[in-house]
Every structure is written in structure tokens, then in C-alpha cells.
Write a protein that binds this ligand. Structure first.
Ligand SMILES: [Zn+2]
Length: 411
């Protein structure tokens, strides 16, 4: 199949005027100017006309299973209050509620051009009940062991049995020790060993709020008080920042995908400076959720300056208003004036592809890459294409996932 568009934006090479992309099966095999890439006899030609063809967008952090919770929690006075509210809402959700939330989350992600989604799985037992994933999906099994009834070993055993039973073509799995305040060092280390053995990805929520930092670094604050009240052992508090605590104790390391890092102290930056860039974890920033909680300024420039691979995600609809990655980029653009449209698009294409160990496979239009593509209406010149994509507020009406054109009705 040959797909032609006014502009092709490959991300790994300059924008191409009057471009054409040849797709065979699930993969891209050629990218060139349309004049140099003529259809073979009988080949299907898709004429997108006045449009930019770009790689499908990758959401590096979300929670599809909270997709019915938009506006369910008014902006809280603090992070701990929100944790208490979502825990109480989660207890009331039926299996049908969760399945409906995932269905709606997929539909919304698809509407805004997401072809790959990394979703935390708080209800992993329900994953086998889902129809085949309509988008490329990494489910990250949420692991929590602060409740006394569950041992760290039991959590890991649960995760492994889940992987055995829930396979389909677009779905892959990873592990998500939830956060240092809900998962023990032992659980982190077990998850790490388990992922290394099975070639799985690892992600966690880290340094998300001032209250999390106060709990670990200072041994006080609202989150500390709340969790102590629940009976959580607090001997890990009062020593180090959340990032410092996990990194220095070997709980996290190279290749981890760290969601948030909103509240880093000087000691965190000193620690990062001692880590070789090739050992850096990846970071996911969620601008809408960040604004909702009024977290401290996200140190985009400082982290990028150190060479950290920064991705953008949406987080869940329980703390942001849409699953549109382009809308998230516009929020980031308003605060980080030094970022070019290409820099911004990088955070939802090439950066998450790297975090998912899919460089050359996802997030780019290049020979050998998977054919996950979207088209955005556009009538300008190639050098204006990236800015027009970031500014595009509408629904994505043309999308290809795994070499198959997917209509809006597909999810
Ligand atoms: Zn999250």
C-alpha cells in the first residue's frame, strides 16, 4: 500500500514535501517523495491530500481503568486528599465499570491520535476479559504490598500468572511497583529481578508530590501521617528523597520509566550528575495532571540538559481533563518557551519509543518501522508542519495501527 500526503514528518529526518510511504503488512518499507515512489501494478494508493502524515503518538503514562472518572474529584488541597478520594472511589467500582472505563479510554486516546498507550493496570484480573486491544498497549501490572495480608512474593507471583493468561497481538506487559509509599524496597527488588529475567519493562510513580518528598526526606507531612495511620511501617522515612532512597538502595536503575519527578531536591540533581547518561532512567511528565495538583515546577530544562530522556503522558482522567497528547504538549509549550515544536513532538514519539525499547520500531516513519501512522489536516509548507501538528485541536480522522487503517468507529 502506498500512502501519499502533502507533508510526511518522519521525526528521524526532515519533513518531506509531497511525500509517500509504502507499507507492506505491518511495516513501513519505503519513505520518499511521491514523485520517486510510484505505485506498482495493482497496489492500493491512499491519497491523504492536504495533510501531514506523522508517526502515531505514544502515551507513556496513563491509567485507562480510571477513564470514567473525569471531574470525579475536584482539585484537592493536597496529594494525600486525592489519594484518599481515589481509593474510596476505586472500592466502589464494579468489574463492568472498569471494563467500560478501559473501553472509553481507548476510544478517547484513539480520537486524539494515540496509537500506543502505556497503561497502569490497577485491576489486572480484568485484562483477559477485554476484547483484543484496538491500540498498541503496554499494560503495567500495578504492584502494592503495604497491606499486611499480602506479601511481596505473593504480589510477584500474581503478576507472573497474569502474564501467562492475557496475550494478544498488540499487547505487551510490564511491571509497576506503584510508588515508594505503597511498595516496599523488597517488592521493587523482586519486580526488578523478575523483569530482568523475563525481558519486561518497569515503571513506577516517583517524587510526584511535595507530600511524598516530605514523607521520605523529612519523615513528616500529610502522606506520612495518613500511611502511618494505616499501619504502614515507616522505618524507610526520614533518610533520603524518594528518588535517592530507591536509587541508592538498588530498587530502581537503568531503563526504568519514572512517572513524574515533579519535586526534586538539590541532592537529587547531585545524584543524577553521578550517574552515567547511558544508565539514566526515562522520565514521563504529565502536564495536565501536574497543573491539576499544582505541583512544583517540573525541571524540564535541567533534566533535559543532563541528557535525561523525557516523555510526555496524560496520566488518568481522574487528574486531567483529556487523553489528548497534543493538548498536553500545548500545556508544556506555554511553560517551556524554549522548546521547538519538533522538541515537543519528540516527547510523544521518539522519546517514549526509546523508553519502550522500540527505537526504529515506533515513533518514526522509516523503513523497517511498524506502520503506526496518523494524519493531521494541513495546507502549509513542510517547515511549518510540526508547529501545525502541536496546535491541532481536533479529532484525528485517519489512523493506521500495525499496518491496518483504523476508522473512528473501530474502538
Ligand atoms: Zn499515574
Amino acid at each position: 500500500m502506498l500512502i501519499r500526503a502533502r507533508v510526511v514528518l518522519p521525526m528521524t529526518s526532515p519533513a518531506l514535501a509531497q511525500g509517500a510511504v509504502r507499507v507492506e503488512g505491518a511495516r513501513i518499507c519505503e519513505v520518499s517523495r511521491a514523485a520517486d515512489l510510484l505505485p506498482t501494478t495493482g497496489e492500493t494508493v491512499v491519497e491523504l491530500g492536504d495533510a501531514v502524515l506523522l508517526p502515531g503518538l505514544i502515551n507513556a503514562h496513563c491509567h485507562l481503568d480510571y477513564s470514567t472518572l473525569r471531574n470525579a474529584i475536584a482539585p484537592p488541597s493536597g496529594f494525600t486528599e486525592w489519594v484518599q478520594r481515589i481509593n474510596s472511589i476505586k472500592r466502589q467500582l464494579s468489574d463492568e465499570d472498569v471494563l467500560e472505563a478501559i473501553r472509553r479510554g481507548y476510544a478517547e486516546a484513539r480520537r486524539f491520535g494515540t496509537t500506543t498507550v502505556c497503561s497502569m493496570a490497577a485491576f489486572p484480573d480484568l485484562i483477559p476479559e477485554l476484547p483484543p486491544a484496538p491500540l498498541r498497549t503496554w499494560w503495567f501490572y500495578e504492584m502494592i504490598d503495604i497491606r499486611h495480608r499480602i506479601t511481596s512474593e505473593e504480589v510477584v507471583a500474581g503478576a507472573l500468572s497474569f502474564f501467562d493468561q492475557s496475550q494478544n497481538a498488540l499487547t505487551q506487559f510490564g511491571l509497576n511497583p506503584h510508588a515508594p509509599y505503597t511498595a516496599s524496597l523488597l517488592l521493587y527488588r523482586l519486580a526488578r529481578a523478575c523483569a530482568q529475567q523475563n525481558g519486561m519493562l518497569l515503571t513506577t510513580h516517583l517524587s510526584e508530590s511535595l507530600e511524598e518528598t516530605a514523607m521520605f526526606a523529612d519523615g513528616n507531612g500529610a502522606l506520612h501521617q495518613f500511611l502511618e495511620g494505616l499501619g504502614r511501617p515507616m522505618h524507610d522515612c526520614g533518610h533520603d528523597t524518594p528518588f535517592g532512597w530507591l536509587w541508592r538502595n538498588g530498587a530502581i536503575g537503568k531503563g526504568w520509566i519514572l512517572a513524574h519527578l515533579n519535586d526534586l531536591r538539590a541532592s537529587d540533581f547531585s545524584l543524577l550528575e553521578t550517574i552515567a547518561p547511558e544508565h539514566f532512567p526515562h522520565v514521563v511528565h504529565c502536564p495536565g495532571s501536574h497543573a491539576y495538583f499544582k505541583h512544583p515546577h517540573f525541571a524540564f530544562t535541567k533534566l533535559a540538559g543532563l541528557g535525561v530522556n523525557i516523555c510526555v503522558g496524560t496520566d488518568s482522567l481522574a487528574s486531567t481533563d483529556s487523553l489528548s497528547l497534543l493538548s498536553e504538549l500545548r500545556r508544556l509549550q506555554a511553560l517551556e518557551l524554549g522548546l521547538s515544536p519538533e522538541d515537543l513532538l519528540h516527547t510523544i514519539t521518539l522519546a517514549p519509543a526509546r523508553a519502550l525499547r522500540q527505537e526504529g520500531q515506533l515513533g518514526c516513519i522509516a523503513p523497517g518501522a511498524l506502520a503506526d501512522l496518523i494524519a493531521i489536516p494541513f495546507t502549509g509548507d513542510p517547515e511549518e508542519a510540526a508547529a501545525a501538528c502541536v496546535a491541532y485541536p481536533g479529532v484525528i480522522s485517519w489512523m493506521m495501527v500495525d499496518g491496518k487503517i483504523s476508522g473512528l468507529e473501530a474502538v
